[in-house]
Design a protein. Sequence first.
Length: 252
Amino acid sequence: MKRFPEDMLGRTVIVTGAGNGLGLGIAKRLVAGGARVLFVDQDPVVLTRVEEGKQKTMSAMVKDLAEPGAAAAVFQYAKESLGAVDTLINNAAWSFHKPMTDVATSEFDRLIAINQRAPFFLAQEFLKQLPHAEDPAIVNIGSVNAQRGNPNLVPYAGTKGAIVAMTRAMAIEMASSGVRVNSICPAAIRTHVTEGLIASGVIEPEKLFQKYLIKRFASVEEIAELVAYLCSDAARYVTGADWEIDGGYCAV
Ligand SMILES: NC(=O)c1ccc[n+]([C@@H]2O[C@H](COP(=O)([O-])OP(=O)(O)OC[C@H]3O[C@@H](n4cnc5c(N)ncnc54)[C@H](O)[C@@H]3O)[C@@H](O)[C@H]2O)c1
């Protein structure tokens, strides 16, 4: 079994939403473990992130994953810049906090396009282009909102529920191709998004942590480590599973 810093050696990975927050942390962790990684984001900052990394095993692509045809374009670029992809991390997502009465159809449709449709078509492209890889793997990033209800997050919760449900169905359909598919459901992670929500009063940490057994935010590194495990050969017997990494939130 390969161990860090070689646990990702030989893998070629696409990480979506790798310009910021969790996606950036996951992509960096996989690079540190020896993977070749394509960082994809609609935010051009992703180019700077990869430039700063100064490694030949890192590549960047600016792409809005809600565009039809985005998945094929991403896989084409990955193949040209790094080689055939054997690992996919569906991390990019959008969220907004709004009462149900304020949600516009256009917002709902864009949310579905980013959070649910893009992961599906990226997984479809993954399957179409699957190389003769040793242990191909997909990790889909869900949320505790797939498991527990919260106000002002109804459309987002729906897309994350879809991620967990699609993960199970994908694992079954892709098993004969040797692909392992898992999802993770984090609770609140300390990122620039949560910092902003605290600053604007949408998240009140004291109130939030009343629901947690471990009364703090997760760090990006803690979540990235679980993703790395699920990609690694240590997890070769693990598929079709949803992993809550939530400070005990869903246990209560
Ligand atoms: N932060 C949390 O507390 C938390 C908790 C549970 C789950 N999550 C999940 O973790 C993942 C990462 O969240 P984060 O907190 O790092 O958010 P973030 O906003 O920091 O990062 C998301 C990234 O996705 C990119 N992105 C958004 N729409 C895109 C599109 N159409 N095309 C390409 N890229 C796009 C953004 O530019 C951004 O870089 C998401 O799936 C989110 O739902 C986050």
